[in-house]
Write a protein that binds this ligand. Structure first.
Ligand SMILES: Cc1ncc(COP(=O)(O)O)c(C=O)c1O
Length: 384
């Protein structure tokens, strides 16, 4: 039995959750102004690094007294620096509801061996945010990229907290409102919502986080690429573009291009609106169809970037191989690339909806998803 293919394909089939689609206006030659072959410590390099920092501040509305640093090793590097440099002064609560949050739990419990209270929830759910004691440090992921579950807002974070909040916001920054007064450490990487390149992480510190860095020295040694202080004082240069080690000036140029593009679509609110429209198109598709559902159970926690879907049709015999086969069909047709669920997540699909993705491409792709589902159900029946 042949199932008819939809007539049109998305202009851009890239729906990967990282590296994410480049901005729609991206072309390699737009990076021709990169400071290639020049020292990142020369004025030209430092100016570009500074522009990346201040552009981030302007677009994300980060307060003037927060430090923003460009650090090695993408989002992972930024999170690890924060965990290794800040934790251990007091008890910590680790919140995890998917793979990346679980990874930070492993670091804190198994590597740093810190007194931690671990709160976890299954894929699709979120931990009890009302149960958290903000006398402790609290580590959490704003948007769980592998389950598509995000915190609904920052209202659950105490204003008068004694501990620090450390937030991995890599798939949230530039797509969701981040309440800076509630966040002491925030990290993200360029390769996510703005479609930049991997390699560098952004580390954003509140004045309270800086105070902790200057008043507390962890009991364990810190490698050079994690060190944020010298002689008990913050290394201010890191937050003015004097990076710890050599950055890629090509990646910096690419990020500057992405920031410019972000300005052209209305800045943060424009980006949020684009992600919301993309996710909404998928939510509506799921509402109309009875064989697919959002993995996130509570609509208030549904991600507008990494939208995770599960197949619910009772005819499906092997969920994992079915989802893989659907993703493979879409890839073979060049209508949706890299949309299989994350390797540790429940079987299903994950469709990136960040602002660099065009809503018209999501809308054009969805009938293909229907086609691939029906084709796979038919193939399964034929094989039986
Ligand atoms: C929530 C979260 N944290 C951390 C990472 C790791 O990011 P990176 O590869 O930029 O270090 C990812 C990547 O997808 C992520 O989604």
């Amino acid at each position: 039995m042949t199932i008819e293919r939809p007539a049109t394909r998305p202009a851009n089939p890239r729906f990967s959750s990282g590296p994410c689609a480049k901005p729609p206006t991206f072309e390699l030659n737009k990076l021709a102004g990169a400071a290639l072959g020049r020292s990142h410590r020369a004025a030209i390099g430092k100016d570009k690094l500074k522009a990346a920092i201040e552009g981030t501040r302007e677009l994300l509305g980060i307060p003037a007294d927060y430090r923003i640093g460009i650090v090695p090793a993408s989002d992972t590097g930024a999170v690890e620096m924060a965990l290794w440099s800040l934790l251990g002064e007091r008890k910590v609560e680790m919140l995890a509801w998917e793979s990346f949050g679980a990874g930070w739990v492993t670091d804190v419990v198994k590597q740093l061996k810190i007194d931690a209270e671990v709160k976890t929830a299954d894929y699709g759910q979120i931990v009890d945010l009302a149960s958290i004691d903000f006398n402790n440090d609290v580590v959490f992921t704003w948007n769980g990229t592998t389950s598509g579950v995000r915190v609904p807002n920052g209202d659950w974070i105490a204003d008068d907290r004694a501990g620090l909040t450390i937030c991995d916001a890599t798939s949230a920054a530039f797509a969701m409102d981040l309440p800076w007064d509630k966040l002491d450490v925030t990290t993200f990487s360029w390769q996510k919502v703005l479609g930049g390149e991997a390699a560098h992480g952004m580390l954003i510190l509140s004045p309270r986080a800086v105070e902790r860095l200057e008043s507390y020295t962890p009991a364990w040694p810190l490698p050079k690429i994690f060190r944020l202080t010298k002689g008990g004082k913050l290394i201010e240069g890191i937050f003015q573009g004097a990076t710890i080690n050599t950055p890629s000036m090509l990646a910096v140029e690419d990020y500057l291009f992405a920031l410019d593009w972000a300005r052209s679509v209305g800045g943060l609110q424009g980006l949020i609106a684009r992600a919301d429209a993309n996710a909404q198109a998928i939510f509506e598709f799921c509402d109309q169809i009875d064989w697919i559902d959002n993995l996130a159970e509570d609509p208030a926690t549904r991600s507008n970037t990494s939208v995770c879907l599960k197949f619910t049709d009772p005819r499906i015999r092997d969920g994992a191989s079915f989802a893989k086969a659907v993703a493979k069909r879409l890839e073979a047709e060049n209508v949706a690339l890299d949309i299989g669920a994350y390797r540790d997540a429940p079987a299903g699909l994950r469709i990136w909806c960040g602002g660099t993705v065009e809503t018209s491409d999501i809308r054009t792709m969805l009938p293909w998803l229907k086609w691939a589902f029906e084709a796979e159900i038919a193939a399964q029946a034929e094989a039986a």
